[in-house]
Design a protein around this ligand. Structure first.
Ligand code: TRP
Length: 332
């Protein structure tokens, strides 16, 4: 029996936040019953932006596994592994690097945005410009049908589709074309278009209740609303966006109360903090249960690594064979 595969991953550069949850974690963990899921912690990809902070990696990897568990990863159903534990990924990256042109890589809008943020001008590492090629290998080595990711990953999924199609055309059908499954983009607590750890505008999945409350109370509401009884405009309110995502059934009523001036911003944000804390309560309960199992993270990653290497080796042998690099007659 061969089950439909799902693969996705994250760079271990810090705690995961609500943006990760609505962008990708929610979708992926809902797929665990139906599909065989692989969740990769992309530590080599983390090097492309954090090459001089490797002393933090081990801690971030551990925290990431705990964030996954808190958000719904079921280690009995799904596989979680470290990218650097699967050498077949590096081999496939080497093969794929000949199937992508430099201008194609430099056109990638997500890479361009990240390059701008790094402020390196054109002194950008080769590994950074090339990380989408490595990500295509991350994906295709497992021959998944679905890749649940945040909307910013779309260009990378499209590249993986192109690489798969090109490989299949040149050498023979090996790779099914994967589809991205895109979640919601969540704005930052500061109203910026994206929640991100580097923007200091995130609500982490591991935040304590009081910290969630403090972050919500700091959100900027309609700046034109001076007194609590003034009519407000929810469309320009950073807090209202979270109502739309996390409190959909009440969002319309909240908007009406805001527009009529019947509920003030402080009261409204207090209620939003309760909504988010209720939403996060199951995460806290699960995290606590998992944190009490001392060997759990180690076992997950060791077992996951061997499962991923087996899958990877199977694909890689098939790849080399269709490329004429199995060398059966010469060496077998
Ligand atoms: N680029 C993803 C991120 O920034 C991480 C990632 C690495 C990934 N390899 C992947 C996502 C494969 C999906 C599939 O978080």
């Amino acid at each position: 029996m061969s089950r439909t595969i799902v693969l996705t991953g994250d760079r271990p550069t810090g705690r995961m936040h609500l943006g990760h949850y609505v962008g990708s974690l929610k979708n992926r963990f809902e797929m665990q019953d139906e599909f065989q899921c692989f969740f990769m912690i992309a530590d080599y990809q983390a090097l492309t932006t954090h090459r001089d902070r490797t002393e933090d990696l081990e801690r971030h990897v551990r925290e990431m596994v705990l964030d996954y568990l808190a958000a719904g990863f079921d280690p009995k159903k799904s596989v979680c592994f470290l990218q650097s534990q699967v050498p077949q990924l590096a081999e496939l990256t080497m093969i794929f690097s000949n199937l992508v042109t430099l201008p194609r890589l430099l056109r990638n809008p997500t890479v361009k945005e990240e390059m701008g943020k790094m402020g390196l001008g054109n002194r950008v590492p080769y590994g950074f410009v090339g990380y989408p090629v490595s990500q295509a290998a991350d994906i295709l080595l497992f021959r998944p049908r679905y890749v649940p990711v945040g909307p910013d990953q779309r260009p990378h999924i499209e590249l993986a589709q192109e690489v798969a199609a090109r490989f299949n055309r040149i050498y023979g059908e090996v790779f099914p074309l994967p589809d991205g499954v895109y979640g919601t983009r969540l704005k930052g607590t500061d109203g910026q278009s994206k929640m991100g750890k580097s923007y200091d505008n995130a609500i982490d999945l591991s935040d304590k209740k009081a910290s969630v409350r403090a972050k919500v109370m700091n959100m900027v509401t309609d700046p034109g609303r001076v007194r609590a009884t003034d009519p407000g405009n929810p469309d320009v309110c950073s807090a209202f966006h979270y109502r739309e995502v996390f409190d959909e059934e009440n969002a319309e009523q909240v908007a009406r109360a805001c527009r009529s001036g019947s509920v003030g911003c402080t009261t409204c944000k207090g209620a939003l903090a309760d909504v988010l804390n209720d939403f996060m309560m199951p995460f806290r309960v699960r995290r606590k249960g998992f944190e009490e199992q001392p060997d759990l993270v180690r076992d997950i990653l060791n077992l996951g690594g061997s499962r991923a290497r087996i899958e990877g080796q199977r694909t890689l042998e098939h790849v080399k064979e269709v490329m004429g690099m199995g060398y059966k007659a010469l060496m077998g």
